[in-house]
Design a protein around this ligand. Sequence first.
Ligand code: ADP
Length: 519
Amino acid sequence: MSLSLFSNYRLRQLEALLEISRALTARLDLPSLLRTILQYTAEMVQAEVGYIALTTPAGTLRLATGYGLPSQVFHALAPYLAQKNPEQDFWNETELRRQLSIIREASDAPLEQVVALPLVLEGEATVGGIFLFRPGSVAFSAGDRGMLRDFADQAAIAVRNARQMELLRAEKARVEAVIENSPNGVLILDTDLRVAAINRVLSELAGVTQAEARGQPCTEVLRLQNLSGDHICQRGQAPPPTGILYGEGDIVRPGHKRITVGVTYSPLFDRNGALINIIATLTDITRFREAEELKSTFISVISHELKTPVSLIKGYASTLAREDALLSPETVREGARVIEEESDRLNELINNLLDASRIQAGAMHLEMETLSLVDLARATVERLQPQTPDHTFALDFAQALPPVRGDERRLRQVFENLLTNAVKYSPQGGVIRLGGWQEGGEVVIYVADRGIGIPYEEQEAVFERFYRVDSGLRRSTQGAGLGLFLVKAIVEAHGGRVWVRSQPDQGSTFFVALPQMGA
Ligand code: ADP
């Protein structure tokens, strides 16, 4: 080879290598990169057929790209390579001759020479190999092999980069899937406290779509109220956190239930210690909060409700027990009456508490029989009327009502609770109407008073445990906020419904609908 020819050859080789490095940095996808490498290599050593095979996760070889390789050769080679392990003694002359004969058989090409080089990066496993074939009697020279080495190195780098990229992509997809499907809300903020990413749960909680939220200031997306603890979004110009912060707040959206969340903010730093993201994780702690509130309401209501009768009983009992006092028979009777009344009240409170806890445990037992609600209503009114001279009960059943299946004792409790509430919350006295009708397979009973009424926004809550509307009357009337809770639970256990219609200062009407028999 003349000098000029040689340098021309070297020049072409360098150009080819340069071209390949450009393709490498342009991050072409792996198949097209391997194709480019193979094409240049084959041209440089005047090979007619060639291929690159890559190591599979199972440790065997798989054809990745071919040059001048007819498809029938492709098919003939694949099963052979699928049995080969590139880490073992696979590069020897015998193996290469075997490949040559497979290719010759499948293609009828007069190929005579073969050269192969493993794709290895220093200290790493073999990632595959380049295989080239040409006709004629001139064997591949040491120079060919040397050059092939350069190309094989490039190919090995490309494969490694692509594999790392694939790993990164898989890792990213995994992390994204974890964030997206997390049962907690996740928000990733950039250093300006703008939303870089938001997961599905949080976008639903906050009422914004993921696309709307992206790029928005954190304060816009996470409008928390009743804050406590440290809230990064509300911090203004305060320096970014270096440790984990925790805060709590309510997500309040019109038409939605208030949701209390606990938010953990943790900073993410790069290798040089510069802040790159703040990751906020939100946990719905509404139930926990409600349970806590319920517990403290329970304690305050119960202690208040217990205190009054117990101190009355104690007061009257100690008066009656005094040996030095001469008590008139009326005083003794009055004392005994108060003690009895207050003991009844205590007894009722305890029963209500027991009922409430039974209901919560899902253990309310009903003794079903066939009943007339009109008879039950009449009996309850007759029993209660003498106790409240300021109120008049008026029965208003225009039509005969069909019987229902129900537990008499429990349904009496429903009427009693509704009627005593109507009395308690009509401090001016007046008429309390009790009536009903039949409609769509149900018997509907109502209790209507002209008392203080219930503000619209609290009409649903009055059926909750321990819930009492905050009014002046609340402080002066006794009650643990259990009556309506029990009413609702009993009615629902009968397959019925209960609801209220009320206007403050105008009065309230409570409705109970029970399925009529045979409906
Ligand atoms: P309690 O009467 O022991 O407080 P309830 O569960 O029976 O408990 O009632 C819950 C709350 O609903 C009451 O505290 C009261 O504020 C309101 N409420 C119930 N019935 C009436 C009514 N007829 N009129 C006005 N408010 C009522």
